[in-house]
Design a protein around this ligand. Structure first.
Ligand SMILES: C[S@@+](CC[C@H](N)C(=O)[O-])C[C@H]1O[C@@H](n2cnc3c(N)ncnc32)[C@H](O)[C@@H]1O
Length: 223
């Protein structure tokens, strides 16, 4: 039986480029890996994890879904399990923003024009991942807000263009989520965290001014 995906992973699956191989890095339970394999849209599906325990879980999921023979499971750290040019899309879902960018940094072949699409669902610090991506030459092709298990997530797709962009705090906070009907709910959730964050920002700084504007109810529009 095919596993059911939560809203995060459903949105992530929709951002995977069809017709090219895909790797689900940090696949854990293997649910997304199984759904990708069963879809028949990708010539090759790779599921990988740092630890053998999760990979064993993934193997079971694939067996139950009847698609074990359509997936290659690989054990290893981040993108070390892949070679340059091997896949069209890399999914990194459910790890922290920092783990996400550290994994990308360790594979310089990703940061090349024409390199793979990255589909990411950071478990934490969405804003910081957006900043990292823009400051490291990636463009956000999609940035979709979704709710799962009572929390907001941002499901992002990024591609390397080499164009470095220094974003504002506000741009990092909301990304392109305002393009979606759920954007207002996501923005309210992001804004709700600001008063606490503001306590650590010295008065009189540009950042303090920007945050105060957001808290005054100024438009939360982003690029
Ligand atoms: C919380 S689970 C997320 C599972 C699934 N991707 C999801 O979003 O539901 C995180 C998984 O990432 C794996 N992981 C953490 N760091 C990793 C790394 N550097 N390389 C590969 N896998 C990693 C963990 O072992 C764990 O199985």
């Amino acid at each position: 039986m095919l596993p059911t995906l939560d809203a995060r992973l459903t949105a992530a699956a929709e951002l995977v480029l069809p017709g090219k191989p895909v790797a689900d890095i940090g696949c854990d339970h293997g649910k997304l890996t199984a759904v990708l394999a069963a879809s028949g849209k990708y010539p090759r599906v790779i599921g990988a994890d740092l630890r053998p325990g999760p990979l064993a879980k993934a193997e079971q999921t694939l067996e139950h879904a009847g698609c074990k023979d359509r997936v290659e499971l690989r054990l290893g750290d981040g993108l070390s399990v892949l070679s340059a040019g091997e896949v069209g899309t890399i999914v990194l879902a459910g790890v922290s923003a920092q783990t996400t960018w550290e994994i990308i940094e360790q594979a310089p072949w990703v940061s090349q024009v024409g390199g793979p699409r990255l589909v990411m669902v950071p478990a934490t610090r969405h804003s910081e991942l957006r900043r990292w991506l823009w400051e490291h030459g990636f463009a956000l092709a999609a940035d979709r807000p979704v709710q799962a298990a009572g929390r907001w997530y941002a499901v992002m797709a990024a591609e390397y263009t080499g164009e470095v962009r220094i974003p504002t705090f506000t741009e990092c906070l909301f990304g392109r989520t305002a393009e979606w009907p759920e954007g207002a709910g996501y923005a309210a959730w992001q804004k709700a965290k600001l008063p606490r964050f503001r306590l650590g920002v010295p008065d009189g700084t540009e950042l303090a001014e920007e945050i105060d504007k957001l808290l005054d109810g100024s438009p939360s529009q982003t690029r």
